[in-house]
Design a protein around this ligand. Sequence first.
Ligand code: DX5
Ligand code: ZN
Length: 224
Amino acid sequence: MKAMTIRIAPSILSADFCNLERDLKAISNADLVHVDVMDHHFVPNLTLGEPIVKRICEVTELPVDVHLMIEDPDRWAPEYAKLGAASVSFHMGAAHAPVRLARQLREMGCQACYAVRPAEPVEPIFDILDEFDMILIMTVEPGFGGQKFLTNQMAKVRRLRDEITRRGLGTHIQVDGGVSPSTATTVAAAGADVLVAGSAVYGAASPVAAIDAIRERAQGAYRD
Ligand code: DX5
Ligand code: ZN
């Protein structure tokens, strides 16, 4: 098992949408930029879509990690790959043919990521694990930033990391929701290596310092 490097993905959901370019520059020490696409159907919130993701991909030097909280990702996910997203996450509760979609994204040179809500089990993914580059374990109910971290998702992260390690796979585990310097140690100790943080980064006086703090805490606590 190769050692995992912790990566931090600030979520621009907590950025100022009228100053996106400025707020993208404010996270220059991040590893990825996490973009939450919501459609008012799969989740009770509406954010942004293709035209804005296109501009984000053009403006930032960071790899763009698109988190689709939308219905019918089978139809829409490839469009985001086409725009230049480095990775696209789609939800277990939304995709009709997840294996076909994951293969399509990978053929387009985009990483495929499968997202799991808090009440959804991770075990059904085990048989199709090698179809994905990353599994996203939600640590809040998707839809809004600034919610409280769900500690009860850590057993799921541990079971997934154990399975990945047992099979010698390189699958990444992303956690999203309520991640801060104080919960970073918990998620990394459970085996997550990609940490999304919205309010903890953009709500901080210094987003750069918040990213460093989350990374440092997580790197020290990571286990595989
Ligand atoms: C929630 C989104 C998250 C959100 C996280 O549905 O998927 O990416 O921005 O925000 P925080 O870090 O504030 O919980
Ligand atoms: Zn997200």
